[in-house]
Design a protein around this ligand. Structure first.
Ligand code: ADP
Length: 626
C-alpha cells in the first residue's frame, strides 16, 4: 500500500522520538490518556447539551490493556473519535510546530529537551513502539478508519470496522535490548503505577484488567488467578481535593498533564471559594516566558469548567491582560453548560469569578515580593515587562493594583528594589524619586547626568526597558513622591551654595552661549551652565515632559510622528574645556564652531543617540589632532 509521507516538521519530531535517549519514556502513557480524556470531554459535553444523544455516565471511560504474547499495549477510549480527515490532519501534522521551530533554534540536539519540556503528545508513542495503529470512529460517522505508521517513512489510512464511537490506539511495543527494557510497558503493575503517578486525577475511569488471586474451589490451601476489571485512578479532579492532601508534585504533574506550560510552574495558587460565587481554581505562574509570549500569537486564557465539564479551553475573560501569563483552570457549579461564548462574556458569575481571581493573583504576587523575594525576581525576570505594560495601558487604570509589584535596579543597593523600599529610604529633604534611562546598567552608571544626584547621596532607579519610563509617567507619583528623570531640566536640587556667583557667570558668558546656540541652530533649544555636572564637560538634558529617552522609543515605533524632546546642551563651567571655549570665542571663531560641534556630538554619543554626520565628526577630531 502507498504510504503517505509525514510533513517535514512531524518527521523531525518523529525521528527524535524514535531515537530518543530520553529517560522518562513512561510519559507516553500520560500523553495518550490525556488525549483520550480530552476526546471524552468533547463527547460528554455534546451529550449533556444535545438532547438527541443518549446520556449515560457509564459510557465514558478509558481502557488500558497489555498483551505480552503479541507485545501490544492498547489504549481505548469512548471519546468523540476522529474522521478520516481528522486522522490525517491531527496525526500527520504536529500541532506545536511553532514550539518545535523555537526549540530547534535553541538547544534541541537529541530531542531530549523537547520531550522533557514540550510534552509532544501523540508522537511520544514512538518512544516505546515500533508500530502505532489508531482505529477511530467519529461521532456521527458510520465508517471507522485505521491509521497506521511504523516510523518516519509515512503512514497509511484505510477504512476499518469498529462498533462503538471512539478511538483505539494499539502500540507494538519495541523489543528490549541489552541496555533498554521495554517489557515494563507490558507489565500490569508497572502500567498501574504509571497511571497512578500521572493520570490519577483524570475524571473518567481508567480501567485495566488486573490479575487477582482467589482460593481455588474444592482444593484446600490452593489459589487460582483470575482477571478482573478495575478502575486504576481515583478520578477525583485535583481541584476538588483538599489543599492539605496535595503535594507540590501533584500540582506539577497536573501542570504537565494539562500542558499548561513546558517548564515547571514557579508557583501554584489553589482557590476554593464558597460564597456569593462558588468556584474552584488551580492557577499557575510559569517559571519561564513562553517563546511566543510577547507576540500576537500568544493567547491568554484559563480552562473553564461548568461543574466538572470542560466548556471552554481558553476563556480569555477570566484574566486581565497584565496577568496573561497565568495558566490553569476554573470550575464553577454556578455556570450553565449551555452557555454560548457570546453570553459567557456578559455572564455576571463569570465577571465575579474573574474579579476574584485577579485579586487572588495580586495578593499572591504581593506576598512573594515580601516573603519570597528570590522567587519573585525569577518571576519578574520572565513577566515584569508585562506588568509594566499593565501600568501603562488602559490609561493607567490598573496602576494601583500593579505599582507595588514593580521592581527596578537601584544605584544604591545594586539590586532590584520596590518603589516602597525606595521611598522608605529617602532622606527627608529629597523631593523626587530619581531615575535614569539607558541601554544597560553599566552605561547608566557612567552617565554624566547622574553626578549631582549621586553626589547628594540620593538613590537612582535604572530603567533599561523601553516601557519603563512610559509606565512611570503613567504612575506620575508613588506615595505622593513625583518621579524625576536625572536628565530633566530641573532636578529639584539646590546645587549651588553660591547662587549669585552662578547668576554672574551666566551673565558674563551670555554672548558665548548665544554664539554657540547660533552654531548649533535648532538642534538644541538652549545652552546652559550645568548644575548637575561635576567631572564631565557636557551632557544633554530635556526641558518639558518628553525626555530624550522617550523620543528615542517613540521614533523607533512604526509610523512614528516627528516627536522631539526639547534638548538642552549643558556645559560644566568648572571643566578645563570651558576656558578653551572662552578663549576660542575671543580669538578664533572657527575654532569655537569646531569645539561646539564636537561637544554637542559627544553629548549625543553619551546619550546613545546617533550622530547626524559621523564623517564630519571624525574629521573634526582629526582637525584638533593636527
Ligand atoms: P495535542 O494533544 O497537544 O493537540 P497530539 O499530537 O497529542 O497533540 O494530538 C493531536 C490531535 O489529535 C489532538 O488535538 C486531537 O484532536 C487528536 N487526538 C489525539 N488523540 C485522540 C483521541 N484519543 N481521540 C480523539 N482525538 C484525538
Amino acid at each position: 500500500m502507498e504510504k503517505i509521507p509525514f510533513k517535514t516538521e512531524s518527521k523531525r519530531l518523529l525521528d527524535m522520538m524514535i531515537h530518543s535517549i530520553y529517560s522518562h519514556r513512561e510519559i507516553f502513557l500520560r500523553e495518550l490518556i490525556s488525549n483520550s480524556s480530552d476526546a471524552i470531554d468533547k463527547i460528554y459535553y455534546k451529550a449533556l447539551t444535545d438532547s438527541s444523544l443518549v446520556f449515560d455516565q457509564d459510557n465514558y471511560y478509558i481502557k488500558v490493556a497489555a498483551d505480552k504474547t503479541s507485545r501490544t499495549l492498547t489504549i481505548l477510549d469512548t471519546g468523540i473519535g476522529m474522521s478520516q480527515e481528522e486522522l490525517e490532519n491531527n496525526l500527520g501534522v504536529i500541532a506545536q510546530s511553532g514550539s518545535l521551530t523555537f526549540k530547534r533554534d535553541n538547544d534541541a540536539k537529541d530531542g531530549h529537551d523537547i520531550i522533557g519540556q514540550f510534552g509532544v503528545g501523540f508522537y511520544s508513542a514512538f518512544m516505546v513502539a515500533d508500530e502505532v495503529t489508531v482505529i477511530s470512529k467519529a461521532l456521527g460517522n458510520d465508517t471507522a478508519f485505521r491509521w497506521q505508521s511504523s516510523g518516519v517513512d509515512g503512514y497509511t489510512i484505510v477504512p476499518d470496522q469498529k462498533d462503538a464511537v471512539g478511538t483505539e490506539i494499539v502500540l507494538k511495543i519495541k523489543e528490549s535490548t541489552e541496555d533498554e527494557n521495554f517489557d515494563e510497558y507490558l507489565d500490569e503493575y508497572r502500567l498501574k503505577a504509571i497511571i497512578k503517578k500521572y493520570s490519577d486525577f483524570i475524571r473518567y475511569p481508567i480501567k485495566m484488567d488486573v490479575t487477582n488471586r482467589r482460593p481455588k474451589e474444592g482444593s484446600e490451601g490452593e489459589f487460582e488467578e483470575y482477571q478482573e476489571e478495575q478502575t486504576v485512578n481515583s478520578m477525583v479532579p485535583i481541584w476538588r481535593k483538599n489543599k492539605n492532601e496535595l503535594t507540590d508534585e501533584d500540582y506539577e504533574n497536573f501542570y504537565m498533564e494539562k500542558h499548561y506550560g513546558f517548564d515547571k510552574p514557579l508557583q501554584h495558587i489553589h482557590i476554593s471559594v464558597d460564597g456569593a460565587v462558588r468556584y474552584n481554581a488551580i492557577l499557575y505562574i510559569p517559571e519561564h516566558t513562553p517563546f511566543d509570549y510577547y507576540t500576537k500569537e500568544y493567547e491568554k486564557g484559563l480552562e473553564l469548567y461548568a461543574n466538572g465539564v470542560l466548556i471552554m479551553s481558553k476563556s480569555p475573560d477570566l484574566l486581565p491582560d497584565y496577568y496573561s501569563f497565568v495558566k490553569g483552570m476554573v470550575d464553577s457549579e454556578d455556570l450553565s453548560l449551555n452557555i454560548s461564548r457570546e453570553i459567557l462574556q456578559q455572564d455576571k458569575q463569570l465577571a465575579l469569578i474573574a474579579k476574584n481571581i485577579k485579586s487572588k493573583i495580586t495578593s499572591q504576587l504581593q506576598r512573594m515580593v515580601k516573603d519570597e523575594r528570590e522567587k519573585y525576581e525569577t518571576f519578574y525576570q520572565a513577566f515584569g515587562t508585562q506588568l509594566k505594560y499593565g501600568v501603562y495601558s488602559d490609561y493607567g487604570s490598573n496602576k494601583d493594583v500593579l505599582q507595588d509589584l514593580l521592581l527596578f535596579y537601584s544605584s544604591k543597593e545594586k539590586k532590584m528594589v520596590s518603589l516602597d523600599e525606595y521611598v522608605s529610604r529617602m532622606p527627608e529633604e529629597q523631593k523626587f524619586i530619581y531615575y535614569a534611562v539607558g541601554n544597560s546598567y553599566d552605561r547608566i552608571e557612567k552617565l554624566p547626568q547622574t553626578e549631582l544626584v549621586l553626589d547628594k547621596g540620593y538613590e537612582i532607579l535604572y530603567f533599561i526597558e523601553d516601557v519603563d519610563e512610559f509606565a512611570i509617567k503613567m504612575l506620575m507619583t508613588y506615595k505622593e513622591k513625583e518621579f524625576k528623570s536625572i536628565s530633566s531640566g530641573d532636578l529639584g536640587i539646590d546645587a549651588f551654595e553660591n547662587q549669585e556667583q552662578t547668576e554672574q557667570e551666566i551673565q558674563d558668558n551670555q554672548a558665548l552661549f548665544d554664539e554657540m546656540k547660533r552654531i548649533l541652530g535648532d538642534k538644541v533649544k538652549d545652552i546652559r551652565i550645568s548644575k548637575r555636572l561635576k567631572n564631565h564637560p557636557v551632557c544633554l538634558t530635556a526641558d518639558g515632559d518628553l525626555t530624550i529617552e522617550m523620543e528615542k522609543v517613540l521614533k523607533a515605533m512604526p509610523n512614528s510622528q516627528n516627536v522631539k524632546a526639547e534638548k538642552v546642551l549643558e556645559i560644566n563651567s568648572h571643566h578645563e574645556v570651558f576656558s578653551s571655549l572662552k578663549t576660542a570665542f575671543e580669538l578664533d571663531r572657527q575654532k569655537l564652531s569646531l569645539y561646539t560641534n564636537l561637544l554637542y556630538n559627544q553629548a549625543l554619543l553619551i546619550e546613545g543617540l546617533p550622530i547626524q554626520d559621523p564623517v564630519d565628526f571624525t574629521n573634526d577630531i582629526c582637525k584638533i589632532m593636527v
